[in-house]
Design a protein around this ligand. Structure first.
Ligand code: COD
Ligand code: ZN
Ligand code: ZN
Length: 376
């Protein structure tokens, strides 16, 4: 049946009010307007930033809302003027768009397009309307993507075509978690062969940092987590040592300083905890170390540390989506997966039917899962 130009009725997970479970609803998805693309979502991952109970990045979202920003799918139809993709193309939605015109897009070293919804929570398309309704009520979108739905509409700037043979169940992780961690090692830190690394937090992000450190040729990768169950996978992916701070009386940075005779070249905070951000700084070598902040701490939280920590030459970095520019870099990352440069199936711990999305969130919160991918 040709659905182009028609309203599509489908299933979506709607968050009606703050901190409530998601509700699977029948919704209506309007056809794409000019420069918009309607996508059939094939697989979507559950990322921390979608967590509506602990309220990471989705705090301050408008309600009701359809969350989700890590996915892969197939273009169903396109609006007038769209040239980047055509119906039938395999695509990944981009929560960091690329308008190509703003200061963020024209600076080659920046990946933060000013049209990103991140931190603004406008929750609407560029023309200030939504393509989603449920029983006649407007539903907002999230991070320019909204992937917890069978069909979504995104702007052309927020979608990129990938290889026709890409395994969508796996490469959906390139839409956020994998790229964020992997890029933090290879783009933000620029880990070098023979260097030493410490990775704090072994969720999907931290494990992806480990993959990046290994690909970059690090000689030591020290993995740190309060949950020792995470160590087996960390080792499988390239960690050379695993440390549980609970096993030590001394602060964890002292343990790492001692282990490495003065600190690591690169440390990564992948938890979103300001105390651990300071631990990551203190674990890095005082004159040639770099600490990379990957985790998102609660909004408004302040990171404070003695100013002299940087006098000696240390560096502190941060970044979103591992510094990748989605339109330019995502197709290559997909091809790298297909060429088995790295394996995403180790990160993909669980697969669930879409209807069990709330169970997927529970498993992320209690540490049972690394990444759950939902299938429609
Ligand atoms: N010390 C050591 N380990 C700890 C501590 C602690 N004090 N507290 C928690 N941990 C461990 C947990 O046991 C867990 O294994 C790990 O840290 C965190 O993992 P997850 O599974 O909760 O989270 P991830 O890997 O999905 O990571 C998400 C972040 C927590 C890093 C979150 O801030 C995030 O999503 N960052 C991405 C930043 C980004 O670019 N966001 C934009 C769109 S997502
Ligand atoms: Zn832009
Ligand atoms: Zn994410």
């Amino acid at each position: 049946m040709d659905t182009a130009g028609k309203v599509i009725k489908c299933k979506a997970a709607v968050l009606w009010e703050p901190r409530q479970p998601l509700k699977i609803e029948g919704i209506e998805v309007a056809p794409p307007k000019a420069h918009e693309v309607r996508i059939k979502i094939v697989a979507t991952g559950i990322c921390r930033s979608d967590d509506h109970i602990t309220e990471g990045l989705m705090k301050n979202s408008k309600y009701p809302v359809i969350l989700g920003h890590e996915a892969a799918g197939i273009v169903e139809s396109i609006g007038d003027g769209v040239t980047a993709v055509k119906p039938g193309d395999k695509v990944i939605p981009l929560f960091l768009p690329h308008c190509g015109e703003c200061r963020g897009c024209t600076e080659p070293k920046s990946n933060l397009c000013h049209k990103a919804d991140l931190g603004k929570h406008n929750g609407l398309m560029s023309d200030n309307t939504s393509r989603f309704t449920c029983n006649g009520k407007l539903i907002h979108n999230f991070l320019n993507t909204s992937t917890f739905t069978e069909y979504t509409v995104v702007e052309e700037m927020s979608v990129v075509k990938i290889h026709d043979d890409a395994p969508l169940d796996q490469v959906c992780l390139i839409g956020c978690g994998f790229s964020t961690g992997y890029g933090s090692a290879v783009n933000l830190a620029k880990v070098e062969p023979g260097s030493t690394c410490a990775v704090f937090g072994l969720g999907g992000i931290g494990l992806s940092v480990i993959i990046g450190c290994k690909v970059a040729g690090a000689s030591r990768i020290i993995a740190i987590d309060v949950n020792s169950k995470k160590f087996e996978k960390a080792k499988l992916l390239g960690a050379t040592e695993c440390i549980n701070p609970k096993d030590y009386e001394n602060p964890i940075h002292e343990v790492i300083q001692k282990l490495t005779n003065g600190g690591v070249h690169y440390s990564f905070e992948c938890i979103g905890n300001t105390d651990i951000m300071v631990s990551a700084i203190l674990s890095s070598h005082l004159s040639c170390g770099t600490a990379v902040i990957v985790g998102v701490a609660p909004s408004g939280s302040i990171l404070s540390f003695p100013s002299r920590l940087f006098l000696t030459g240390r560096a502190l970095k941060g970044g979103l989506f591992g510094g990748f520019r989605g339109k330019e870099n995502v197709p290559q990352l997909v091809s790298d997966v297909m060429a088995e440069k790295f394996k995403l199936d180790e990160l993909l711990s669980h697969k669930l039917p879409f209807s069990e999305i709330n169970k997927g969130f529970d498993m992320l919160r209690n540490g049972e899962s690394i990444r759950t991918v939902l299938k429609f």
